[in-house]
Design a protein around this ligand. Structure first.
Ligand code: UD1
Ligand code: CA
Length: 454
């Protein structure tokens, strides 16, 4: 049986007061739309049809080839939106799973339940409802004396008695395709709002004496719909709780989940501990047995195992195993710290590789550089990699000792076992095992290297 999702995402989202299309507003680092598409995948793997309108180009650009987009222009309501899928889907699918793109917390298994219910339903469709005390402006589910669904009444037309109804329309429906397309054409324009309401489809089925099934949900949180930024923040908090809980159940410790902010899609290995006020963003992967935070922001980075990252900011960085960094360290794009690197306070690394066991204790800037294994970077060392026009590389060998406050004026190479005196300004390449001092530094003597094994 072929089940195709149709996602309604053309509305303006006026109440968001934003230039960004509503469905692209992020929730735990990913657009609302992403969350809905992710959940729909549990119910069916067919390519979804997304109805776009306001901000259509932006939404299309975001979706790429992950969905088939259809333009709804002008936007004449949810029934009119669903109708736009007909030319693509008529005679191509058995069931159509219609949902709204502003319901990002709905879970995959909820969509699954809805589909399962419709598979067994002899009638034309099933819909999802929720029992909640706070109606949040949702349509009310009116039932007949025998308990079957009779209508969905939108709040602004509901009578005072209907407003008291606690069963609400969530906005997810599973239709028999052949019935849906014709029914949509029979929905009449709402006289007050001049729109075609998908919710009116219930009355069409009832008139024909066809049974409408309702899947009654009890998780109010899952059905938070986003119409304003207040709803968005509520949904963000709910999604964060869900994400954190999943990581904890998978073996990640959090001292204070309420102040731990993890984007959807971030991976974290077992026995890693996240300290309070830690942010893990974007495409980030963290291995096992690490201690991250407190007060740490990590974006688009990969961290191996058993690392310690304390009060630091990382972006586009790669840490191998047993790295120890912070407090107050900053890694920028292309920073690669190999195993057993130690990076202390107030250091910055960009586009550079620090090989095994490099020590960089205090106050340094390393850019466009390669630092050989076991090299020690003294306090206040700077790679002067930018001459105002172009960036130049610095290559430092193994077992080098850079004295405090050394300026390394790139392009520059320092051989294995080289040494610089405190305050040296190095403008010329330094041979292996050579000590340079002064400003600009000149060679003064040849050295005996202690560890020459590598
Ligand atoms: C809708 C339901 C309501 C339900 C609530 C749950 C209708 C008439 N009402 O109200 O019963 O309780 O959702 O969240 O369906 N859209 C289009 N094209 C349009 C109009 C809307 O694509 O012409 C899209 C919007 O982008 C949005 C979704 O449909 O994603 C729902 O529209 P919205 O205006 O948010 O409906 P609600 O007032 O929330
Ligand atoms: Ca809505």
């Amino acid at each position: 049986m072929k089940i195709t999702p149709v996602l309604l995402a053309a509305g303006q989202g006026t109440r968001m007061k934003s230039d960004v299309p509503k469905v692209l507003h992020p929730l735990c680092g990913k657009p609302m739309l992403w969350h809905v598409l992710q959940a729909l995948k549990f119910a069916t793997t067919e390519t979804p049809v997304v109805i776009v309108g306001h901000g259509a180009q932006e939404v299309k650009n975001y979706l790429g080839d992950t969905a088939e987009c259809v333009l709804q222009e002008p936007q004449l309501g949810t029934a009119h939106a669903a109708m736009q899928a007909e030319p693509i889907l008529r005679d191509k699918t058995d069931l159509v799973l219609v949902t709204y793109a502003d319901m990002p917390l709905l879970r995959g298994k909820t969509f699954q339940r809805l589909v399962e219910t419709q598979r067994l339903n002899s009638g034309p469709f099933s819909l999802l409802t929720v029992i909640a005390d706070d109606p949040r402006g949702f349509g009310r589910i009116v039932r007949k004396a025998d308990g079957t669904v009779e209508a969905i009444v939108e709040e602004y037309v509901a009578t005072p008695e209907q407003r008291e109804i606690k069963e609400l329309n969530v906005g997810a429906y599973c239709f028999k395709a052949e019935w849906l397309w014709d029914a949509l054409h029979r929905i009449e324009k709402n006289p007050k709002k001049g729109e075609y309401y998908l919710t009116d489809i219930v009355e069409l089925a009832v008139k024909e004496d066809l049974p409408v099934q309702a899947v009654v949900h009890d998780d109010f949180i899952e059905t938070i719909g986003i119409n304003t930024r207040v709803h968005l923040s509520e949904a963000e908090a709910a999604m964060r709780t869900r994400i954190n809980r999943e990581h904890m159940l998978n073996g990640v410790s959090m001292m204070d989940p309420a102040s731990t902010y993890i984007d959807a899609g971030v991976k974290i290995g077992q026995d890693t501990t996240l300290m309070p006020n830690t942010y893990l963003h974007g495409n980030t992967e963290i291995g096992e047995g690490n201690v991250i935070g407190p007060n740490t922001i990590i974006r688009d980075s990969r961290i191996g195992n058993r690392c310690k990252v304390l009060v630091s900011v990382l972006e586009g960085a790669l840490l191998e195993d047993d790295v120890d960094m912070g407090p107050f360290a900053r890694l920028r794009k292309g920073a690669h710290l190999k195993s057993h690197v130690h990076m202390g306070n107030f250091g910055e690394v960009k586009d550079s590789t620090l090989h095994e066991g490099v020590k960089m204790g205090h106050f340094s800037y390393i850019g466009n550089a390669t630092i050989g294994a076991r090299t020690n970077i003294g306090a206040g060392t700077i790679t002067a990699n930018y001459d105002g026009e172009k960036k130049s590389p610095t290559e430092i060998g193994e077992d080098v000792f850079i004295g405090s406050d050394t300026m390394l004026v790139a392009p520059l190479k320092l051989g294995d076992g080289a040494r610089t005196g405190a305050g040296a300004v190095v403008t010329k390449n330094v041979a292996d095992d050579t000590l340079v001092v002064g400003m600009p530094a000149r060679a003064i003597r040849k050295l005996e290297r202690k560890s020459k094994d590598k």
